[in-house]
Design a protein around this ligand. Sequence first.
Ligand code: FAD
Length: 336
Amino acid sequence: MGRVLVLGAGLTGALCCAMLRSPSLQVTVWEKEREAGGRMSNTHWESQIADLGAQYITRMPGTRQAHQGYYTELLEAGVLKPLEGLVEGMKNMELGTKHFVAPRGSSSIVNYFLEQSDANVKFGCHVTHVLLRDGELEVWTQNGAHDYFDTVILSVPTPQILLLQGDLAKSIPTQRSALQKVRYSSRFALVLFYNAGQELGVPWVMKYVTDSPIICFLSLDNRKRSCEPLGEAPVLVVHSSVHFGAEQSQCDVEEVAQLIQCELQRLLPHLPSHVHHKVHRWCHSQVTVPVDGSPGHLILHQRPLIACVGDYFTRSNFDGCIESALSLTSTLKSLL
Ligand SMILES: Cc1cc2nc3c(=O)[nH]c(=O)nc-3n(C[C@H](O)[C@H](O)[C@H](O)COP(=O)(O)OP(=O)(O)OC[C@H]3O[C@@H](n4cnc5c(N)ncnc54)[C@H](O)[C@@H]3O)c2cc1C
């Protein structure tokens, strides 16, 4: 039986697992965090949740036929629903474009595909080494666990691939240089939690901010998902601008949170006081320079097979991840 290890339980990894589901393959996922989601993860406080990374899914009218089934499936399962309400400052989109949100949070999209895949998902497994051993791949984690696989799929951002040690690091000079050229933006996400019944006094569900050097996007997350009863506790998600994210990339996150809150006060002086906050630094937020000229994945080693996949081959959104996962899995199916 083919033993496949997928590194990373983000959207691309979860899609690969679902696409590879087969009685002849034994698919395992090792994820360094304690839950699935990656850049589609949620944060929690008491009973409130908020989308920390991806905020909504956009289906363009020209979306490839091959992707339509994924939208239909997620809508039918209640994992996605149409986005309703005012989005201030959103660029005019091509006629027929549709936006969707995940009522149970964006990580529910990733979890849906993992559940469909029947893969064996292990959390807290930070992979550090990939070694070639007599036609097999020996993979080690930070806490000393290891196992053997026939195929390894790396679905982690490129800087994390480049950190992997072992034979992989020595044997792929050409591919390494392609991966080294990939660039990501960085930004901060600040989440403000309010008491139930507090009114934020804003008319929008989400707002693109154009007159601030610090803040670029705001989402009233509970209203966006509109799945809570009236009198719910508001949750406001604030994304920093890319410029501010780069400028503050080495600073203490709590000091950065203070700066963002001061700017928020200037933009929305009537906001009530929040009761709790969380701040997160996205070091590798969205891809700004993808891998040049690849079909959507890269084979790093032929036998045994090591391949990488992710939004850095296409673009940082739902369709970009599907495109990359489809490209890799169709190649794998023909090889395995
Ligand atoms: C702030 C922000 C806003 C965004 N907004 C949108 C949006 O509105 N709409 C949209 O469609 N997209 C949006 N995106 C982009 C979207 O989230 C990404 O394109 C997508 O989630 C990428 O998925 P991935 O699986 O390729 O990578 P990731 O989500 O990064 O998954 C990689 C996984 O690998 C794990 N990992 C890393 N290294 C290791 C290791 N050594 N061992 C084990 N596990 C490891 C990570 O913990 C992670 O779970 C946004 C992203 C961010 C950050």
